[in-house]
Structure formats: structure tokens, C-alpha cells
Ligand binder design. Structure first.
Ligand code: ZN
Length: 60
């Protein structure tokens, strides 16, 4: 059984062994369900990383 992680772009769960595309940003590897999700992430990785942070944290 492979590890399953969330595609930061579309939120879909992706099996790391079957990921269509991967991208490394700031030392972390991200997995994507498709090339188009990777392209969107590469264009503006901060946008997707920020989104994830907001969900888990919450400000003030
Ligand atoms: Zn995706």
C-alpha cells in the first residue's frame, strides 16, 4: 500500500506511487493528480501553500 497525500491544487487524494506529477518546493515534495495541477502549482506555489496553512491554523 502506498502513502496517500492531498493534491494541494484540487484537494484530491493522490497515491504517491501513482501520482501523475510531482514538484519539490522549499524542500517538500508535492504530488499531483495531473500535469495541469502541477503546472498550476508551479506558477504560484505560495498561493497553495498559504491556503493549506490557513485551513489548519487560523489567524489572530
Ligand atoms: Zn489535482
Amino acid at each position: 500500500m502506498g502513502m496517500v497525500v492531498k493534491d494541494p491544487v484540487c484537494g484530491m487524494e493522490v497515491d504517491v506511487d501513482k501520482a501523475a506529477a510531482t514538484s519539490t518546493h522549499m524542500g517538500k515534495t508535492f504530488y499531483f493528480c495531473s500535469d495541469s495541477c502541477k503546472t498550476a502549482f508551479d506558477k504560484n506555489p505560495m498561493q497553495y501553500m498559504k491556503e493549506k496553512k490557513e485551513k489548519s491554523g487560523g489567524c489572530c
